[in-house]
Design a protein. Sequence first.
Length: 61
Amino acid sequence: MSVRLQVTQKKSPIGGTSSQRNTLRSLGLKRIGDMVVKEDRPEIRGMIKTVSHLVDVEEVD
């Protein structure tokens, strides 16, 4: 069974870099409160690290 990550946007990317805005969009997050579930893979972890101040992350099964 693979571990999945629930990523929830908690802050706005306004004032952030274009890289941070693009990373949120790539994760599938468009507005505050949006939530997506992603596989726990190194590339997803890297994306989350880039916007860690804008999102909440939880492990789900």
